[in-house]
Ligand binder design. Structure first.
Ligand SMILES: Cc1ncc(COP(=O)(O)O)c(C=O)c1O
Length: 424
């Protein structure tokens, strides 16, 4: 069962000792939990269904390698993720690329490197991919992402069923030239993130099935793959119930009974890695202001941004709460160290702690460090650690972001040259 409160695996590790040698804040991931999550999502899944890990959830190369032991398939959304995936050992033929703004240069490289699947998100992009595919004699599968006329309500970030930069509206598909339509082999949909309602997801999938069958009959005769994207939610705060995964597996298995579907893909990210990670941060100061108490911790939105920027509230507890040790102070707010007011993690929700305590932010394995504002205020980028049974290893060292301004490009391409050119 994916349970919110299950960070008991953390108890055996001496956080004080780790933070003394490594510093804080840091991310800690648990390989056993990743495997458990993957197994939960795939147990009993039909063999026609392939799981593509969504690299954007956590593209740390060691995480990619770890997930590659579970599935050879991966979904990427940039050349950077593509390159990291290739380095981690994924074959190009097992990679899908998505994203509404792939440049010509990027597409050229994906096709040249024989990527397995590419989903186009606009009619213009289909045309461009088709031209480049001919140039490279590409024999992977071209798909289109659709923006259906319905969606899943219970999502955090809704990307479909509304006016959106993602996907192609269903009523625009007949505007695609017939010669291009016959090249389309895959139908892709992904309408939002962190849905916890298995019934609603299942109903959504059944409606998508109808769309798939109707498009295959009427407009896209060569459809063979249905790619249902990701979005499977995990609880991140008290009161949220885990997703009914068995219901989803059963619905997916029903879909592949249709002869019109040769293969079915899903692209989970958060479900696999989300609750396998936590962010640990030290309390720097506890201060009182106008009757309210603030814990200023050393992780800001440069380390973890979802609570403040996405307003999706991940639970926070103190280390002393986890260990049930002395916690004589109650703080009202948990805020970061950055010199900006939106740098907060939890407001108006008292937490008990001690003055030299640590704060643990739950379920931050997905969209944690990778979705943080890493360059903001030029503080060090947090290290990442992976626990594997009784072993713990640093899988990314603390990183000094000021290094980007040491970039050779600036010195090799002097500003004076730029200023000589008329750009206006
Ligand atoms: C196209 C696509 N597939 C898969 C995912 C993974 O979503 P999640 O991590 O919620 O499973 C995303 C996330 O934004 C996405 O945009």
């Amino acid at each position: 069962m994916t349970e919110l409160n299950d960070i008991s695996w953390l108890k055996k590790w001496n956080i004080q000792k780790i933070s003394k040698s490594l510093g804080t804040p840091f991310y800690l991931y648990n390989q056993d939990k990743i495997i458990e999550n993957y197994n939960l999502l795939t147990e009993g899944l039909h063999s026609k269904i392939n799981v593509f890990y969504a690299a954007k959830a956590n593209p740390n190369p060691e995480i990619l390698r770890c997930i590659k032991m579970l599935t050879p398939h991966i979904e990427v959304s940039s050349l950077g993720e593509f390159r990291l995936s290739r380095k981690a050992g994924y074959q190009a033929a097992n990679i899908i690329v998505n994203g509404p703004g792939k440049s010509k240069n990027e597409i050229d490289i994906y096709l040249q490197e024989e990527i397995g699947y590419i989903n186009a998100e606009s009619i213009e992009e289909i045309k461009l991919i088709s031209v480049l595919a001919d140039k490279h004699n590409w024999d992977g599968k071209l798909g289109i992402r659709i923006n259906p006329d319905f969606n899943i309500h219970d999502t955090v970030l809704t990307t479909g069923g509304i006016p959106s930069k993602f996907g192609i509206d269903l009523n625009h598909i007949d505007n695609i030239d017939e010669l291009l339509r016959i090249k389309i082999k895959m139908l892709h949909v992904h309408v939002g993130s962190r849905s916890l309602d298995g019934d609603e997801i299942s109903i959504f999938y059944m409606k998508i099935l109808e769309v798939y069958l109707s498009l295959k009959t009427n407009l896209l005769p060569n459809l063979e793959i249905l790619d249902l994207g990701g979005g499977f939610g995990i609880p991140i705060r008290d009161g949220e119930l885990p997703l009914d995964v068995k219901k989803i597996i059963s619905t997916l298995n029903n879909l592949v009974q249709y002869d019109e579907i040769d293969q079915l893909f899903i692209e989970p990210g958060r479900f696999i890695i989300g609750n396998a990670g936590i962010c640990i941060s030290k309390i720097l100061y506890i201060k009182e202001s106008k009757g309210e108490t603030f814990a200023i911790i050393d992780a800001g939105t440069n380390t973890f941004a979802r609570n403040s920027l996405v307003r999706d509230q991940h639970k926070i507890i103190s280390l002393s709460e986890l260990h049930n040790t002395n916690r004589d102070i109650s703080v009202d707010h948990v805020v970061g160290p950055l010199c900006t007011s939106f740098d907060w993690h939890q407001l108006n929700k008292p937490i008990r702690c001690s003055s030299d305590d640590y704060m643990i932010i739950y379920s931050t394995g997905a969209y944690g460090l990778t979705a943080a504002q890493s360059l903001f205020m030029m503080r060090p980028i947090a290290p990442e650690l992976l626990i594997n049974g009784d072993d713990i290893s640093v899988i990314n060292n603390e990183f000094d972001p000021t290094i980007i301004y040491d970039n050779k490009l600036i010195t090799d391409f002097p500003r004076t040259d730029l200023m000589d050119i008329k750009y206006y």
